[in-house]
Design a binder for this molecule. Structure first.
Ligand SMILES: Cc1cc2nc3c(=O)[nH]c(=O)nc-3n(C[C@H](O)[C@H](O)[C@H](O)COP(=O)(O)OP(=O)(O)OC[C@H]3O[C@@H](n4cnc5c(N)ncnc54)[C@H](O)[C@@H]3O)c2cc1C
Length: 314
């Protein structure tokens, strides 16, 4: 065991034991059907594993293209056609499940290219580089603290170290029990950090996910600190497809699902769900209906709320 691992153990860093899954039957024993509503990462991942096991699966995606927030669609511009996307997406190396789905279309993940750095930009403070840290905790945390111009030794001394301890000792049950009612803002204030360190080293964990600290659970921030910095030997390294997401991911994933007997339908917004004696009926916005034994709802939260509202039998 390396020194880094020993220190890690002492401060509560634990290696993840990844559940390999696969405890069930490799194939369904008799014909069974499923509808997947929503064709983003969640819905298409569900379709992949269901189709592989012989489930007759149909994906219903409301938009004309797949991918949801990771979508890419053609756009005609004055200087020619191009693909448009919602924004930059890269995948951390500890996104084991998603990478496992992507290996279905490229077993070596050769289409994912490493992103060389992880700069944190601020209008107020100089750029801080989160990348190029030692990958494993706690060496990465120590390197970050020693190297960061945002945090001096004197700052570390005046910090409330008791308040910081929960950041180092994440536990999926205890952390949420103790901190889910507090905001990330309250947690960060209790650390007594200088404004610059707070903004550059900690608020990045909320802003990266479009949250403001005042509206985010302190437990969520501790969980993210753990997941991205302390809890995984992969560290803050991520990779990005070398093509637009439609070409790199959605087209090959669609072919994969179809090869396993599944169907993928775009431009089909589900409007409501009803129980039937055999399972479920999904009614589309244009009145078309689909029946199946099972339904997976993989839509975004506002769409899910609307679907539940419109489905009294759900
Ligand atoms: C700008 C931006 C940058 C991001 N950067 C990263 C990143 O770098 N790395 C990363 O891992 N993650 C990133 N994320 C987060 C990531 O995009 C999401 O976590 C992920 O795409 C969510 O997938 P999902 O399948 O759960 O939901 P969604 O992608 O929202 O998919 C839901 C799907 O359901 C469909 N739908 C909704 N209502 C209906 C209906 N009634 N009937 C049928 N279909 C319906 C929607 O059209 C959509 O396609 C980023 C997000 C954004 C917005």
């Amino acid at each position: 065991m390396s020194l880094s691992q020993v220190v890690g153990r002492l401060i509560g860093v634990r290696e993840h034991v990844v559940d390999p899954g696969g405890g069930g039957a490799p194939r369904v024993p008799r014909p069974v059907s499923a509808l997947v509503v929503g064709g983003g990462i969640a819905g298409m991942s569900a379709a992949v594993v269901l189709a592989e096991r012989g489930v007759e699966v149909t994906v219903l995606e409301a938009a004309p293209h797949l991918g949801g927030r990771l979508g890419a669609w053609p756009e005609e511009l004055p200087d020619g056609a191009q693909r448009n996307e919602h924004g930059f997406h890269a995948f951390f190396r500890q996104y084991w499940n998603w990478r496992s789905i992507l290996r279905r279309i490229d077993p070596t993940l050769g289409f994912l290219k490493p992103i060389p750095g992880y700069p944190i930009l601020s209008a107020q403070w100089p750029t801080e580089e989160f990348g190029k840290l030692p990958p494993a905790p706690p060496a990465n945390l120590l390197a970050l603290l020693l190297r960061s111009p945002s945090l001096r030794l004197a700052d570390l001394r005046s910090m409330d170290r008791d308040a910081a301890l929960p950041l180092l000792t994440y536990d999926p049950v205890r952390t949420y029990a103790e901190f889910d009612e507090r905001t990330a803002d309250e947690l960060l204030t209790s650390l007594r950090l200088p404004d610059r360190a707070r903004a550059m080293l900690f608020e990045v964990f909320s802003h990266s996910f479009f949250n403001h600290e005042a509206e985010m659970s302190a437990a969520e921030m501790i969980a993210q600190f753990h997941f991205y910095l302390l809890g995984n030997p992969e560290g803050l390294a991520f990779d990005c497809p070398d093509e637009d997401y439609a070409t790199a991911i959605w087209e090959p994933l669609t072919r994969y699902v179809e090869k396993h007997g599944g169907r993928v339908r775009t431009g089909v917004p589900a409007a409501r769900l009803d129980r039937t004696p055999e399972g479920w009926r999904v009614t589309g916005a244009d009145g078309d209906v689909w029946d199946a034994a099972h339904v997976v709802l993989a839509v975004d939260p506002p769409a899910l709320a609307a679907l539940v509202d419109a489905s009294p039998g759900l």
